[in-house]
Design a protein around this ligand. Structure first.
Ligand SMILES: N[C@@H](CCC(=O)N[C@@H](CS)C(=O)NCC(=O)O)C(=O)O
Length: 202
């Protein structure tokens, strides 16, 4: 398999951590979604977005959720970190939904600040995005069962939350309201000592 995209993208990182935890051998092509890499990336993903995964059968999958679904089926339900069904799956997917919401708002704020000159930032929109990101992560924090998000075992909810949280902390302007998430912070501290997380830290 070939994973396309840099670990600076939290969506690439959640896939990279999962590949490592599943013990799947793969090549890493660290293409960026901007600059000189863009035409090369567009030849792989028409949207010129990361991540993409090229399977051993030569199929190209885009969007991290699609890729994770493939990897879960590739390793099978015994090993998959997203439960296959039942309430356990609903719980993990609900946690992931909050985490995705939090990081998407954080990325939208990052683009607003990174892609436009400061005098063109729409401050009310930016403040709303930063608030929504905070609200998403804080709701996730409150839902944490601990010691991992869904209880006693690490699941995909933890992998995604840590990749997203690390990005949101890095991207958040210092004058934005602080996100108060002691449970996520504790999970991130613990997870980031594990090789799969440490090796993919941008
Ligand atoms: N929903 C997608 C989001 C992927 C995404 O937003 N990737 C960003 C990097 S973090 C990207 O490639 N942005 C470039 C663009 O959209 O033009 C996923 O889960 O993979």
């Amino acid at each position: 398999m070939i994973l396309v995209g840099r670990f600076g993208s939290p969506f690439v990182r959640r896939v990279a951590i999962t590949l490592r935890l599943y013990g799947i051998e793969h090549e890493h092509r660290p293409l960026s979604a901007s600059g000189d890499d863009r035409p090369k990336l567009q030849a792989i993903n028409p949207l010129a977005r990361v991540p993409a995964l090229i399977t051993d059968d030569g199929e190209t999958l885009v969007d991290s959720t699609t890729i994770l679904d493939y990897l879960d089926r590739f390793v099978g339900p015994e090993k998959a970190l997203t439960p296959e069904g039942g309430d356990a799956r609903t719980t993990v997917m609900a946690l992931i939904g909050l985490a995705i919401g939090g990081v998407e708002k954080s990325i939208a704020a990052y683009y607003e600040m990174g892609k436009r000159p400061e005098e063109k930032w729409h401050r009310p929109w930016l403040d709303t995005l930063l608030e929504q990101s905070k609200d998403g992560f804080e709701a996730l924090d409150k839902a944490a069962a601990m010691p991992w998000l869904a209880g006693n075992e690490m699941t995909q909810a933890d992998i995604s939350a840590v990749a997203f949280w690390d990005f949101a902390l890095r991207a958040r302007p210092t004058d934005a309201p602080a996100m108060v998430c002691p449970n996520i912070a504790a999970i991130a501290d613990r997870a980031n000592t594990l090789p799969a997380f440490a090796e993919t830290k941008p």
